[in-house]
Design a binder for this molecule. Sequence first.
Ligand SMILES: NC(=O)c1ccc[n+]([C@@H]2O[C@H](COP(=O)([O-])OP(=O)(O)OC[C@H]3O[C@@H](n4cnc5c(N)ncnc54)[C@H](OP(=O)(O)O)[C@@H]3O)[C@@H](O)[C@H]2O)c1
Length: 178
Amino acid sequence: MPITGHVFIATSLDGFIARPDGSLDWLIARDAPDEDHGYATFIAGMECIVMGRGTFDAVRGFPEWPYTLPVLVLSRRLADQPVPDDLQGKVAFANLTPHQAMAHLADQGHRRAYIDGGQIVQSFLRAGLIETLTITTAPVLIGQGRPLFGTIPQDIPLIHEASTSWPSGLVQSRWRIA
Ligand SMILES: NC(=O)c1ccc[n+]([C@@H]2O[C@H](COP(=O)([O-])OP(=O)(O)OC[C@H]3O[C@@H](n4cnc5c(N)ncnc54)[C@H](OP(=O)(O)O)[C@@H]3O)[C@@H](O)[C@H]2O)c1
């Protein structure tokens, strides 16, 4: 496949990307605006975004739509729904497997896709469609929530590329799928 998937995501130390109700207060409380955690550099290297309906619902709650890249939202529930007027030309809804989604994006000429959302990342990992993982760990245990990782049919070996820590206590590491 001439397109690769890339993850840039934050978790609690115990591996959750959100509380069970989707809230991110534990992460937002540790954000340090004076620190550069590399998001701008990461997104500048991407050509499109694939996200799950769970992440789409969360982002819809932001004051403004934050992305300039085209976004493909994978959802059985939304696939038959019209895209809201304010997101026309920015977002597409589809009910596709990870392989179908990546083939569709490759057909549109995209080569690097930002893959976002816990369930979506898990399904793309299982499908072998992720090339790099950049994970920022927040110094907090939240005990329960929506997990970044889940079951996989076999081990996925990784090559560690870099780690950085900041005064806020955030620790970021980047891995490449071996
Ligand atoms: N900490 C962070 O950096 C970070 C980053 C991103 C998101 N989040 C948070 O994480 C939460 C969302 O993550 P999530 O894991 O709950 O959901 P998600 O991965 O964003 O979305 C999962 C949904 O996507 C749909 N889907 C369609 N095709 C799928 C496929 N092949 N594999 C898996 N799902 C597919 C399903 O919805 P249908 O029922 O519609 O089919 C499924 O329920 C939100 O609270 C968001 O704020 C945190």
